[in-house]
Write a protein that binds this ligand. Structure first.
Ligand code: HEM
Length: 478
């Protein structure tokens, strides 16, 4: 005779409550909002999570226990504790919690982003550090980045003079796939956090299969484009070609190659673009900053040619603008979640094995204890003091730090600086008629990656001479 499913569910619920209570009393957990039975704090978490956690930290302190169903998540919101998590105890806090969808897409961590820390991770990370993101590779790909940035300028110029609204179909397909991926990854569905509920709430397999098929179709097109280009004109240095050529050398499976390709697209595309959008929103709200950047660009680059990445070293104020924008608007404000592979102690509290750990880098970079006038957008603070944003200064960690630091940090910085430099060199930016600075909506959307709640609307006016071909795309030859 089979057991009544509702009885089974009730028994499982009771058991998980007992286990959670046992864990709570046996170990010294960080304080936090009172969890409800079974659901924990899941229904108390507001949709923009990093703001909610920053608010809660005012009450419970810089290390907090938050229960996602029956899964414990420890949230850290101070630079000292970030150092403990990402440096001192990094070794035991470098795994990734995977929900059912991220497990499915990453083929259970066969990629880099969702892989646990172990031999596979170390091998793939080596491919990133030595091959894909080495200074030599970044330099070799510079013409492609400049091609893309000048294409952006050309399209804005065209739109600012004759609005026609053309669309790039492959670009739209990319955006849709990435955005669906983020949605699946950030799911707050109860079943993701209560393992015994999962058999009651099966995954929407059809939606996942549809997404996977769409992703595989685009992967095939990309791979074919690159194979054809290679046959036509010999070896190429593009990212996808490098990845394909390293498959044998590093003994990478098909799943890993495809996983890596999509990791880079998902982790690198939106983060870079929204960094520029947030920076532009601060710049139009602060005309003083815009004038200062343009004065620097005119002095260093002049008005007779366009800037390139080689100019960046001579543009210290532009670099500070980028850093200040990353400080106030890190595109991944809670980084990516880490998972404890062993029981560790942080800030005097226990983090049991298997718990998730989140660092609220958004809150840390606005902490009045470490930043003067933290809410003020003032790039000069980075001129007054040498502050690194790539993981050496725990007050500002837009790329994380330690074992899982973003491997694309330098690439991201190059792209954001180059895009901003070009946008401000070529155009003067203003708000549409009738819109005041304080009207710009600086709220964020919920999700792992924070877009502007209301996409920024600005008016571009060309400021370089239009007769010198300075607004045309510069195609790359590699
Ligand atoms: C403005 C740009 C970017 C920002 C702010 C950013 C930020 C981050 C952060 C916070 C993490 C998580 C670190 C952690 O979990 O401890 C991360 C991971 C990652 N990022 Fe970036 N990123 C950016 C651009 C890029 C680019 C351009 C690429 C590649 C093309 C990239 C590839 C990755 C990958 C593969 C990971 C996973 C690393 C791992 O799990 O070990 N990112 N990024």
């Amino acid at each position: 005779m089979g057991m009544d499913p509702s009885l089974l569910t009730a028994a499982a619920a009771a058991l998980s409550v007992v286990v959670a209570l046992y864990l709570r009393f046996r170990t010294r957990l960080a304080p936090g909002p009172r969890p409800w039975p079974v659901v924990g704090n899941l229904y108390d978490i507001k949709s923009v999570r990093f703001r909610c956690f920053a608010e809660w930290a005012q009450t419970y302190g810089p290390i907090m226990s938050v229960w996602f169903g029956t899964t414990l998540t420890v949230v850290v919101s101070s630079s000292e504790l970030a150092r403990e998590v990402l440096k001192d105890k990094d070794q035991h806090l470098a795994d990734r919690p995977r929900n059912r969808s991220t497990a499915r897409f990453s083929r259970d961590g066969a990629d880099l982003i969702w892989a646990d820390y172990g031999p596979h991770y170390v091998k793939v990370r080596k491919v990133c550090n030595l091959e894909l993101f080495s200074p030599k590779r970044l330099e070799a790909l510079r013409p492609i980045r400049e091609d893309e940035v000048t294409a952006m300028v050309e399209s804005i110029f065209r739109d600012s003079t004759l609005p026609d609204g053309s669309t790039d179909e492959q670009g739209i397909e990319f955006k849709t796939i990435v955005s669906n991926g983020h949605k699946f990854g950030a799911s707050l569905s109860l079943a993701e956090y209560i393992p015994w509920l999962q058999w009651l709430c099966p995954l929407d397999v059809e939606a996942y299969d549809k997404h996977s098929a769409r992703r595989d179709r685009l992967t095939k097109i990309i791979m074919e484009e690159h194979t054809q280009a290679r046959h036509k004109s010999g070896a190429k240095d593009h990212f996808a070609d490098t990845l394909l050529s390293l498959k044998e050398q590093y003994d990478l499976s098909e799943d890993t190659v495809v996983g890596l390709l999509w990791d880079m697209i998902t982790a690198g595309m939106d983060t870079t673009v929204i960094s520029v959008e947030w920076a532009m929103s601060e710049i139009v709200k602060n005309p003083r900053v815009q004038e200062k950047i343009q004065e620097e660009l005119d002095r260093v680059v002049g008005r007779e040619r366009i800037m390139n990445e080689m100019d960046i070293a001579g543009l210290p104020y532009l670099q500070c603008v980028v850093k200040e924008s990353f400080r106030l608007h890190p595109p991944t404000p809670l980084m990516l979640p880490h998972k404890a592979s062993a029981k560790v102690r942080i800030g005097g509290y226990d983090i049991p094995k298997g718990s998730s750990v989140i660092v609220n880098v958004w809150a840390i970079a606005r902490d009045p204890k470490t930043w003067k006038d933290p809410l003020e957008y003032r790039p000069e603070r980075f001129l007054e003091e040498e502050i690194d944003v790539k993981g050496h200064d725990f007050r500002v960690l837009p790329f994380g730090t330690g074992r899982r630091v973003c491997p694309g940090a330098q690439l991201g910085i190059n792209l954001v600086t180059s895009m901003l430099g070009h946008l401000l060199h070529h155009f003067r930016w203003s708000l549409p008629k009738g819109v005041k600075r304080e009207d710009v909506d600086m709220r964020e959307t919920p999700g792992m990656v924070t877009f502007m709640h209301t996409p920024l609307q600005v008016v571009a006016t060309p400021r370089l001479r239009t007769s010198h071909n300075l607004y045309v795309r510069v195609p790359a030859e590699i």
